[in-house]
Each structure stands twice: as structure tokens, then as C-alpha cells.
Design a protein around this ligand. Structure first.
Ligand code: SF4
Length: 684
């Protein structure tokens, strides 16, 4: 119910959870309702959106700052906490330089906040700023950026509804992007499009699929290479597109000439006839669209996995037209925008490389200070260096002690910092390890913009005032900027619109946008300054690289980092409909917890029987990194030899088991393949 001490005011804003970008607003009595918006045109929302207000009014919201005293956090006035944060960070910079500080930006906060956050890092003198895109789609962005010149969805949700074939690889949109699935993807299937679902675990998306390819975790390249070989062998190639818009066809054909489709399909864990049928459906469709997710990206071969997928799209001419393309579905409401505005260590706002002198000069003209020219540290690489050459962290609305792999080591690494400042709504596991915790503002208490999965910038509007002494995130960040850097004037803004205006002057992608232009609708990037609108379908005449052609690239399989020992199974992690990321928000929602209040280990009946495990039994899952106890859920939905668990629950801390092997290009961890032993739990 409403808190009598707080003011609530319904205004259309954007759901704080997945990247679909549904419009929601306060609906009274502590509930959220959908409202007609650019994406959810009829006000549709999913269970998470409906529960969004539960976190806003939650009794555990931080309403005062916390500081660490004698190993424990205690409440403190704002001036004391801010002084402690500023002095701690300044002292590390004075002793070790600005590159000794790592900035964790937030994919769950606005473009304006993330823009100011990365500006703070760079004006201080470091490019050590990253966001949790590093943990989800960094490899997708790297591969698509290299080949096509842009790492975002090539197409739009609207035109995916017009496709003839959907190849959904490593994604489960029916549960993770429910409104996009029901409003855009499912209508295409109901209209006759073939849905091919590549996933080691059958789930709600599989229920709508014509063909399910239950790929072995870590064998996506074999599967996609085999599909590409079928296209080449059976003449399902768009010859005119390949001639006009690609290079490297001969090298790719030579690379796959001797590939044994049946043997490679079996190596990838799928039926050869099903794989051939999938390749034919994709190759014969007038318009075929690939939709890709973290089942592809979260491997040490994540970048190469997406390269293999891009070969399929380019070879069949499925780029640059409606209903086609390669379309990463983004998992958080502003993970797209956090990258767009430069909260990444290698790029400035608009994905301009920090190594480009012209890009640095363009930023310097606005900031009066030039950003460093060397790329900074990614967030996982940084935590590996805590206590060595990284001595401080500013963590803005993220929970890396739960979400990073090998999480027990990550928590220990946070203890090695000289100064850790966390800005968050709750005392998360990471906040428990901080020296200073500053209470921030929730989605319902802020104005600004976010950018959804199909590149649409949408306005957020406040629906509630803040609890207690919690402050606006933008106010906290600008105060840090004024007090930490020698450019205090660069952090004086008259509200979020002024920040957005500066962003449009700095980022060519957003140059033509404005708050007024977005209004109750949306504007899509790229939106050049002299254009009347943004661009829906990318790469139509030329690729975003500026070239008319993109390369076809041979891709070799990369073995997973963890080798399976005798009797070990592959643990693959993922998400469920009712929870969100580290669970810091959704585990505080009574209505979502009523739907799913605990994690389970999904295990195939034969693997369970071989270990004497029955449905519901507590089991111990272990490897040399960690050990967790969790109830078993015996189900044939998961492939034999593979077990599945989410990472939503701090208990069990499943990321204690995941490895920190990184993709060499994108430095994304291999969450999707960890060797584990599974055994009945001893009686407690
Ligand atoms: Fe929110 Fe995504 Fe659900 Fe829409 S589909 S209501 S954006 S979680």
C-alpha cells in the first residue's frame, strides 16, 4: 500500500527490468500498471513489470548513507559520508594515480547518469569505466562492431514481426523479453514464420519452435559452421548480395569444404537432420532474422560464436532489409544506453574509440579536458587486479560480488581495496563490502532517458518522491564530479535535460535528438544532426563501418576452458521469468517471490538416477572454485550431461562455481560452461 509519508504521482515512465522498454506508471495501492507506449502499444507488461513498484516502497530501502566503522557499516549524515568518499578516492589517486580507480557504471540507470559517470572517470584521468554489458553482450558488440560497424540490433522489433524465419540462438525471449516475444516474435510465428530455437535447455521459447537444436554448451561454432556448410553445399547463398556486399567468400568456402555436416552436428549435440532442416529454413526464407542472447555471448569463444552467426546472415543476404539481421536482445533497461553514452573502457560517447585523436578532441571541446588515449580496464579484469594496481572502486547500482564469476574470489578482492564507494538502493552483497554506501534513487524517482534493445531512446518520469534522505543519483554523481576533479564547472547542470543536450553535442549517434522530440514517443539512433529521424534498419546501402562490403570470416571452434573430469557435468547458468539478475530487486518483491522463491538445479533424469538423486532432493554442486547446496529439479528439459541453475539468488551463490576464463577480445566470462560434480547433499 501507499506509504503515507511519500508522494506518488502517475506519469508514463520505463520499466526498470529488461531491455524491451515497456511503458509503465504507478497504478495506486503499491502497484504498477502498463501504459500505452512506443514498444508496448497496448500497455502490455509482464510479471516483473507488474511488480516494479515493490522495490520502490520496500522497507529495506537505504534512506541514509552508511560508512564502515570497525568492519561494520553504520549510518552517517550525508556530509560525513561524502567527505569520507571524496577523501578516500582522492587519497588513492594521489598515491597511485587515477588508473588505480575502477568505475562500475549501471545498466539500470539513465543515459544522463551514465554519461556523467563516465565523464567523471575521464575528467579524473582514467578510462577505467565499464558496465555490466561486459557480463552479457560485450562479445556480441565486439564481433558486430568489427564486421558491421555497430554492435546493436540491426533491425527493429516491429520489423521482426514481418520475418519469415526466426533463428533464436542462446536466448529465451518468451521468458526474458516477454512483451517483445508476445507482441513481435510470436505474431511472426503465428503468421507462418519458422522458429528455430538453439538452446541446451527447452523452455517457453522452445514451446513455440518448429525446430529445437539442443546444442551442447560450448559447441555453438560447430553448430553454426555446420549450418553454413549446408547453405554452401545446397546453394542456399544469396549470390548477388555476396558479390556486392561481402568479401572473403572463397576463404570461407575453403575453410568449410571438408566439414562433415552429420559428424559436426553430432559433435555439437544435435540431430543432423534437424540441423539441415534449420539451415534450409533459414537459407530458403525470403527474410530471415537471427535473434541472439547470452547463450552465445557468455563463452570464452563468445566473439567467435557471433562471428560464426554473422557468416550465416551475410551469406544469405539477410542484412540491411526489414525482417532480417542479427539482433542481440539486451537484458537490462539501459544496457544499450550505458554503452551508447561511453560507459565502456575503450570508447567515448557514440562508440568513438578513445584511441582516436579527433574523437578525444570533440569531447575535449565540450569538457575542457581531453580524455586519456589508452583504453581502460574492463570490469572483470579490474577485479582481478584489486589490491595490485587497482586500489579503489566506485560502484554505481551494480552488484559485482554476486554477478561476476568466481564470486567468492571477487568478494575477497573487494576487501583488498583501500576505498570502495557504492551507490545503491539496498545494502547488497557488494555494499556490505564497501567503505561508503550512498542511498540512491529508484527508477520511479528519477527523470532522464534510457535506450531500449532496438535503439529507441525513451523518457523516464518520476512517479514518487525519494524515501528518507535518499538523493537523486544525478545529484550524487555531479557532486562527486565537482569535488573529485579540478573541473567543477564541468559538473554543473540544470537537470537531466541539460545533460542530454550535452550528450547530443558529443555523440554523433544522438546528435539529432532532443527531449522535446522524444516527448511521449521515442527517437532511434543513429540520428544525425541534419536528419529528420533516426534509422530503423541498419546497413541498408553500406555498413556502419562506412564500407559497402563486410567480410565473411572463417571461424575455428574454441574448446571451453573447463575440461570435464570423470562423472562431471556441465553447469550452464541463466535466468527465469520471475527474477532479474542478482535478485537485489526482484527477491524483494513478495509477488515475484510467491511465483519463484528459490533456485533449483535442473538435471536430466538419467544424470539424476546415476547419482541417486530424486526430484526435490537437496544436492551439492561443487568444483575447485566453490560448493553450493540447492534442491534438484529432475527434468528432461535440460540435455543429458548439462545442469542448469540461475544466478538470481545470493543463496545459493551459483557464481561461486563459474570460472573467470575470459574471451580474449571482449573479456566476457564463460558463465555458460563450468565443470561441476553433483551429488546428493549430506543430511544436515
Ligand atoms: Fe519490463 Fe521487460 Fe517485462 Fe516489459 S517485458 S514489463 S520491459 S521486464
Amino acid at each position: 500500500t501507499d506509504d503515507p509519508d511519500r508522494e506518488f504521482d502517475a506519469q508514463p515512465t520505463v520499466c526498470p527490468f529488461c531491455g524491451v522498454g515497456c511503458s509503465i506508471e504507478y497504478a495506486g495501492n503499491g502497484t504498477t500498471g502498463g501504459t500505452d507506449g512506443p514498444v508496448n502499444e497496448r500497455g502490455e507488461i509482464c510479471p516483473k513489470g507488474a511488480a516494479a513498484f515493490d522495490v520502490v516502497a520496500h522497507e529495506e530501502r537505504l534512506t541514509e548513507p552508511l560508512v564502515r566503522e570497525h568492519g561494520h557499516t553504520v549510518t552517517a549524515p550525508w556530509d560525513v559520508a561524502m567527505d569520507r568518499a571524496v577523501e578516500g578516492l582522492r587519497s588513492v589517486v594521489a598515491e597511485h594515480g587515477p588508473d588505480a580507480v575502477q568505475f562500475f557504471a549501471s545498466s539500470n540507470c539513465t543515459n544522463e547518469e551514465n554519461y556523467v559517470f563516465q565523464k567523471l572517470a575521464r575528467v579524473l584521468g582514467t578510462n577505467n569505466v565499464d558496465n555490466c554489458a561486459r557480463l552479457c553482450h560485450a562479445s556480441t558488440v565486439a564481433a558486430m562492431g568489427e564486421r558491421l560497424g555497430a554492435g546493436a540490433m540491426t533491425n527493429t522489433l516491429d520489423d521482426l514481426a514481418t520475418t519469415d524465419c526466426l533463428l533464436v540462438t542462446g536466448a529465451n525471449p518468451a521468458e526474458q523479453h516477454p512483451v517483445a516475444f508476445r507482441s513481435y516474435l510470436l505474431p511472426a510465428v503465428q503468421d507462418g514464420a519458422t522458429l528455430v530455437h538453439v538452446d541446451p535447455r527447452a523452455n517457453d521459447t522452445t514451446d513455440a519452435a518448429d525446430i529445437h537444436l539442443p546444442v551442447r554448451p560450448g559447441y555453438d561454432i560447430q553448430l553454426l559452421n555446420a549450418m553454413t556448410a549446408v547453405l554452401l553445399k545446397e546453394g542456399l547463398v544469396d549470390e548477388s548480395f555476396v558479390a556486392e556486399r561481402t568479401t572473403g567468400r572463397e576463404a570461407l568456402a575453403d575453410h568449410l569444404a571438408d566439414l562433415d555436416v552429420a559428424a559436426t552436428a553430432r559433435e555439437a549435440g544435435v540431430d543432423p537432420d534437424d540441423l539441415r532442416a534449420a539451415a534450409r529454413a533459414y537459407g530458403e526464407a525470403d527474410a530471415a532474422a537471427a535473434v541472439t542472447g547470452m547463450g552465445m555471448s557468455q563463452h570464452r569463444s563468445g566473439t567467435d560464436n557471433v562471428h560464426a552467426l554473422l557468416n550465416l546472415a551475410l551469406l544469405t543476404g539477410n542484412v540491411g532489409r526489414p525482417g532480417t539481421g542479427v539482433n542481440p536482445l539486451r537484458g537490462q533497461n539501459n544496457v544499450q544506453g550505458a554503452g551508447d553514452v561511453g560507459a565502456l573502457p575503450g570508447v567515448l560517447p557514440g562508440y568513438e574509440p578513445v584511441t582516436d585523436p579527433e574523437a578525444r578532441e570533440r569531447v575535449a571541446a565540450e569538457w575542457s579536458v581531453e580524455p586519456p588515449a589508452e583504453p581502460g580496464l574492463t570490469e572483470v579484469a579490474a577485479t582481478h587486479r584489486f589490491g595490485e594496481d587497482v586500489h579503489a572502486a566506485v560502484v554505481f547500482g551494480e552488484n559485482p560480488a554476486v554477478t561476476e564469476p568466481n564470486a567468492t574470489d571477487v568478494a575477497a578482492a573487494f576487501e583488498r581495496l583501500d576505498c570502495c564507494v557504492v551507490i545503491d538502493l539496498f545494502e547488497t552483497r557488494t555494499a556490505e563490502l564497501a567503505d561508503v554506501v550512498l542511498p540512491g534513487s529508484s527508477w520511479a524517482e528519477k527523470a532522464g532517458t534510457v535506450t531500449n534493445t532496438d535503439r529507441r531512446v525513451l523518457r523516464m518520469r518520476p512517479n514518487a518522491d525519494r524515501p528518507g534522505d535518499a538523493r537523486r543519483d544525478l545529484d550524487v554523481l555531479t557532486e562527486l564530479g565537482r569535488r573529485l576533479t579540478d573541473r567543477p564547472g564541468a559538473f554543473r547542470y540544470d537537470g537531466p535535460e541539460a545533460v542530454f543536450d550535452e550528450l547530443t553535442r558529443v555523440s554523433p549517434l544522438y546528435a539529432g535528438m532532443s527531449y522535446e522530440g522524444i516527448g511521449d514517443g521515442a527517437q532511434r539512433w543513429p540520428f544525425p544532426a541534419d536528419a529528420e529521424s533516426g534509422t530503423d534498419v541498419l546497413h541498408a546501402e553500406a555498413f556502419a563501418t562506412g564500407d559497402r562490403t563486410a567480410p565473411l570470416t572463417p571461424v575455428d571452434p574454441v574448446p571451453p576452458a573447463d575440461e570435464l573430469g570423470p562423472d562431471e557435468l556441465v553447469l550452464t547458468t541463466g535466468r527465469v521469468l520471475q527474477q532479474f539478475n542478482s535478485g537485489a530487486l526482484t527477491r524483494r518483491s513478495p509477488r515475484l517471490m510467491a511465483m519463484r522463491d528459490e533456485d533449483t538445479l535442473r538435471i536430466h533424469p538419467e544424470d539424476a538416477a546415476a547419482r541417486g538423486i530424486e526430484d526435490g532432493d537437496p544436492v551439492v554442486v561443487s568444483n575447485d572454485r566453490g560448493r553450493v547446496r540447492v534442491p534438484a529439479e529432475v527434468t528432461a528439459a535440460v540435455r543429458k550431461g548439462t545442469v542448469f541453475c540461475t544466478f538470481h539468488y545470493a543463496e545459493p551463490l551459483v557464481n561461486a562455481l563459474t570460472g573467470d576464463a575470459l574471451d580474449p577480445v571482449a573479456e566476457i566470462p564463460e558463465f555458460k560452461h563450468s565443470a561441476v560434480a553433483v551429488a546428493p547433499a549430506p543430511a544436515t
